[in-house]
Ligand binder design. Sequence first.
Ligand SMILES: [Zn+2]
Length: 57
Amino acid sequence: MIELPVPVPVPGCATCAEFQKDLRAVEPQTSAETDVRVLWRRHQAAEHGITVPEVRI
Ligand SMILES: [Zn+2]
């Protein structure tokens, strides 16, 4: 199990806004929520150069 911090949307990025909306739409603590976080973080790393160390629990 990997606990992923919620990414911070980058101002002015439509993709980040989309991911934020998706995250609100899914049930918390589900695999669907984890998927959104992973995809969002992957986008942030690729497009914004933002990487957050993963915390394994
Ligand atoms: Zn973005």
